[in-house]
Write a protein that binds this ligand. Structure first.
Ligand code: THU
Length: 139
């Protein structure tokens, strides 16, 4: 936890902004970046990756989460989300549900009119779906 304390909201959002540069969004042209903070102070970034078959698109938040989980990390504290054009990029329902799985007590940083606003996941998703089994996270 101590290592993560060194990460300010401004720095985490700066990582998310850099990640927008890698966004692959030829269809929507809405370029999004995310930066996910682990308890040990590691940062995993992600961008949205679109597809000609629109439904195959992956949001920036899930890209970051899946990168981290696939590298053995599950202890997430916070995720920053940035749109390249500066508009607020609130996570979609699917991303909130994935956050609910791995960071139910975590928070989400969003830029609103140039200001970083911190929401708890519980504020954005008050009643997330979960299974009893998923709380053990062993499989
Ligand atoms: N998108 C994200 O990556 N994250 C968000 O928080 C909102 C939406 C992406 C999905 C799609 O590539 C584009 O933005 C337009 O919906």
């Amino acid at each position: 936890m101590e290592e993560a304390d060194n990460m300010t909201n401004e720095k985490l959002m700066a990582f998310a902004r850099v990640a927008t540069e890698f966004s692959y969004a030829p269809y929507s042209k809405f370029q999004v970046g995310a930066a996910l903070l682990t308890e040990d102070g590691e940062v995993f970034t992600g961008c949205n990756v679109e597809n000609a078959s629109y439904g195959a698109t992956n949001c920036a938040e899930r890209t970051a989460l899946f990168k981290a989980v696939s590298e053995g990390k599950r202890n997430f504290i916070k995720i920053a989300v940035a749109a390249k054009d500066g508009s607020p990029a609130y996570p979609c329902g699917v991303c909130l549900q994935v956050m609910n799985e791995f960071m139910p007590e975590g928070s989400v940083l969003v830029e609103e009119n140039g200001q970083i606003i911190e929401y708890t996941l519980r504020q954005l998703l008050p009643k997330g779906f979960s299974l009893q089994q998923s709380t053990t996270k062993t499989e």
